[in-house]
Design a protein around this ligand. Sequence first.
Ligand code: PEP
Length: 259
Amino acid sequence: MSRRPLIAGNWKMNNTISEAVVLAQEISNEMEPDWLDHVDVAVCPPFTDLKPVWTVFDFDHLKVAVGAQNVYWEPSGAYTGEVSIPMLREIGCRYCIVGHSERRELFGETNEDVNRKVAALVAERVNPIRPIVCVGESLAVRDEGTYLEYVAAQVKAAFAGLDANDAADAVVAYEPIWAIGTGRTAAPEQAQEVCAAIRAQLAELFGEECAQGMRVLYGGSMNEGNASLLLAQPDIDGGLIGGASLKAKSFAAIVKEAL
Ligand code: PEP
């Protein structure tokens, strides 16, 4: 089955509104509109930038989606500092990163939190916000040699209690922690090995047909120099891009590699 690639930029905690509008406009200028007939593209800026960035792409009639970097699972209430799914939907968000390793490591996000967020996101079928569920092992786990089991367990936990209908539109991103922001990319064969294991775990949970339709991304120091070999792997359906998504030319060059 051929899956439509997805290239998503994770801007992390970078760019004020004025900076975000400039970057979004630069990305719009670099992108050929017909590329978007073949590849899905999203940028995930901080919450404060979501609407301004959405407006830039909308004004240019460019089908670049916006996504959030986090969400809370309750729809409203006394949860100071949190942002809900209805809030993101009204802005026009189409994706939401869930369980990024920085949230797990720096903010104590657990597998159970990730599962609640994924379940809340996929519960809404009208104008869905697709979760981009991040999984990936630390260097210690890789060196121990248990990384396939570790990542499979993260996938299982993230999708606990969900069925194939719930999971079908979700995206999984394999992001080895040792490759994030370090300039040290996983070799294409290393990334392929884990992405294939993720798909096998998805097949065990949801059946082969569902797993073959779901997108599995690679993330971790992907750039215009290494994207082509990574994206050529059979189980890698796109990229979650951090640092290189903050440079319009680099981000557009990676999108071009996914065509
Ligand atoms: C990320 O944080 O999701 C990421 C992939 O970062 P980088 O590309 O900078 O390694």
